[in-house]
Design a protein around this ligand. Structure first.
Ligand SMILES: [Zn+2]
Length: 387
């Protein structure tokens, strides 16, 4: 079984290359809108649908008649038609399911920011000079920075504009690399501020400090933006600064998620966490709210890395995990501000979130008979780490 992986790298185009990239986006956008228009007209006037293959057949003609399209790889243009097709398929699917469905829309300037080489492994894209440059059909040899090594067999490559920056995203196919088996198991509680997560072994992982700093900077930049006069040059600059910080924070967050997931997957054979879908419906979610945007991404990365390494990730119902004593099972509702868990029945003293993480872990040990195998894996007995 192979898996798909995405690798995103920054491109450093020259001024003329930037112009060509912008022009390619513009032409792709125009083709997208024209194909959309054709479908709308056919549907409205004749109640007929124009399909992907029918539209694709016109591409050689377009390339013959409009010389500016000649410079764009034919498969990039096919992908544009495919995007229109996907937009319509999504629309019809939603209509059929009785959902609210907006008709596929025309893409305005600035709303179309990428183009794709669908068979980049064989045509259109080529890495050069050991990965220092990438040859893009129609653009030329562009400087690229592979900040982490590209793995696997390249399937597609998408060139994307984000603000003033350009990126290339490779989708590759890799064979999973199972890690040697591990008997160790851990439960994780998706933490409350300032902890990103807390483990059943008592480790409390905070969001990195540089990340908090960047967020403080973002808040300042947003306030400054709000003060600038509409339409002014300084407002434009301030908006760019806010966008830049947003991107930086998103990248840092992702990096943090990758590293943390890697560390957990390398060590533990079984990782147990709360089911986010069930958690989202519960009251404690609101209280925990602060990290929610990050959790879904982190858990997706964790699941992915675990699958690749042959590890188990188990989702459990978070119900009562913050109320039960992990040692004797005594159940008691406690207000969220109470950080220490002192069990009135057996005297166990634990950090509240550590107790929750241990309950989460124990839930995965519930046998098929419904009986809880209360014993913790060896070397994993409850203790009271620094409260
Ligand atoms: Zn107890």
């Amino acid at each position: 079984m192979t898996m798909r992986k995405a690798f995103k790298y920054r491109l450093y185009p020259t001024q003329p290359q930037r112009r060509d990239l912008d022009k390619t986006l513009m032409l792709c956008r125009q083709l997208y809108n024209a194909a959309l228009q054709e479908r709308r007209d056919a549907y409205k006037k004749a109640g007929r649908t124009v399909g992907f293959y029918e539209q694709k057949r016109y591409l050689p003609e377009i390339r013959a008649e409009l010389p500016e399209y000649k410079h764009i790889h034919s498969q990039v243009l096919q992908n544009v038609i495919e995007r229109v097709d996907l937009a319509f398929k999504g629309f019809f699917r939603r209509v059929k399911a009785g959902q609210k469905a907006g008709y596929p829309r025309f893409k305005g300037k600035g709303r179309y920011d990428s183009f794709t080489f669908p068979q980049a492994g064989t045509t259109g894209v080529k890495l050069q000079e050991g990965g220092k440059r990438v040859l893009l059909h129609g653009i030329g040899s562009v400087k690229v920075k592979l900040h982490r090594p590209l793995e696997g067999k390249i399937k597609t490559a998408t060139v994307k504009r984000e603000g003033e920056h350009w990126y290339i995203i490779f989708i590759t196919e890799v064979d999973p690399k199972p890690l040697p088996p591990s008997e160790e198991a851990i439960g994780i509680d998706l933490g409350t501020n300032p902890h990103f997560l807390v483990t059943s072994e008592g480790e409390m992982v905070e969001a990195p400090r540089y990340f908090q700093k960047a967020q403080a900077k973002l808040a300042t930049a947003q306030r400054s933006l709000a003060r600038k006069k509409r339409g002014s040059n300084r407002r434009r600059q301030a908006r760019r600064r806010v966008a830049r910080l947003h991107r930086k924070i998103a990248n840092q967050r992702k990096d943090f998620h990758h590293k943390l997931a890697r560390r957990l997957v390398n060590r533990y054979g079984t990782i147990v966490h709360e089911d986010l879908n069930i958690l989202a419906l519960s009251r404690s979610y609101v209280a925990k709210g602060i990290h929610d945007a990050g959790w879904a991404q982190f858990l997706a990365i964790l699941a992915y890395k675990a699958e690749e390494a042959g590890r188990r990730v188990i989702k459990v119902d978070p119900k009562y995990t913050s109320q039960d004593c992990p040692v004797c099972g005594h159940r008691e509702k406690k207000p969220l501000w109470v950080r220490a868990y002192t069990c009135p029945q057996c005297g166990t003293l634990l950090h509240r979130d550590v107790a929750a993480a241990q309950n989460i872990l124990a839930k995965a040990w519930t046998g098929p008979s419904g009986e809880t195998l209360r014993a913790f894996p060896q070397g994993n007995t409850p203790r009271s780490p620094g409260l």
